[in-house]
Ligand binder design. Structure first.
Ligand code: SF4
Length: 289
């Protein structure tokens, strides 16, 4: 089953390929930035910010030399802003500890701020062709359905991904798995047109969808509208334009609940994204300019 599925997947790889600017990009920094941005953000929303970010910060050193506030400005539209802080810290670590280059091994990549197992494997594979399999929510669905037809633990899902990779070229294999999961094996799978349907266990044997709650498959994100995440984004949007006082923050929060807004601003301060000086709030880094 594993061998047949791998062969069918690799045969289908050219037709599965999506037109995304970071695919086949050879600059490890560009690959690393794409992987930070793709954590928790839809692919289509990443293309424009990724291109703009690399124009502003073409190297780790250029990002490391900038204040965090500049990185947060370049992060506009992506949400989950702690990733911007981690990316900035990673750029500093690369400049300080790795001569301004992205390290090539998974072990070294895992030491960088904000780099978990998925990001480390993805950078090692896509930037350096290391023989490691990536496991994200798209890949997790494919593994649970097509290979196992059962719910997997995270450990078992990674083992299965590694087994499926075998000796195949990891760039081609990983990209094909991500493309399959993003375009066919979605939460509502398009099995009727899927190019590997004949090699898929779930398609053949049926049953409950094994991808639900399986290892590597993310839970559905909570609704954005009205959420604290939305208010955090609005607060940061105000502060990207410059310092703001409390009444400006509250009037832009989209919430009349001042206690709630105070808590959300406190969380931005605790996350190291925002700081207060006297009666004014700033993005971290703006005060140093
Ligand atoms: S046949 Fe359906 S369940 Fe199987 S891999 Fe394709 S899309 Fe996923």
């Amino acid at each position: 089953m594993v061998v047949e599925f791998r062969r069918a997947l690799l045969d289908a790889a050219p037709t599965l390929a999506r037109d995304l600017p970071w695919i086949a990009h050879t600059d490890p920094w560009a690959v690393l930035v794409s992987e930070f941005m793709l954590q928790q953000t839809q692919t289509s929303r990443v293309v424009a910010p990724w291109t703009a970010f690399l124009t502003t910060f073409p190297t780790p050193a250029s990002c490391a030399a900038a204040p965090l506030s500049s990185v947060l400005r370049a992060w506009a539209g992506l949400g989950f802003h702690r990733r911007a802080k981690f990316l900035h810290e990673t750029a500093i670590a690369l400049t300080r500890d790795f001569g301004g280059a992205v390290p090539t091994t998974v072990a070294e990549l895992r030491q960088l701020p904000g780099v978990g197992a998925y990001t480390a494997n993805a950078v090692a594979s896509f930037a350096f062709a290391r023989p490691v399999a990536v496991l994200d929510t798209n890949v997790g669905r494919v593994l649970a359905r097509a290979l196992a037809n059962e719910r997997l633990t995270p450990k078992r899902a990674q083992e299965l991904a590694d087994e499926l990779l075998g000796t195949a070229d990891s760039r081609t294999f990983n990209q094909a798995m991500l493309d399959l999961g993003a375009q066919f094996c979605t939460s509502r799978p398009a099995c009727a047109t899927c190019p590997v349907a004949r090699q898929c266990r779930w398609h053949r044997d049926g049953g409950e969808d094994p991808a639900v709650l399986s290892g590597g498959v993310s839970k559905k994100q909570s609704t954005f509208a009205g959420s604290d995440r939305q208010v955090r984004g609005q607060m940061l949007a105000v502060l990207r334009a410059g310092p703001a006082n409390w009444s400006t923050l509250v009037s832009n929060a989209g919430s009349d609940d001042e206690v709630r807004v105070r808590k959300i601003v406190a969380s931005l301060v605790a996350d190291g994204l925002v700081e207060q000086r006297r009666a004014t709030w700033h993005l971290v880094g703006d005060l140093a300019r």
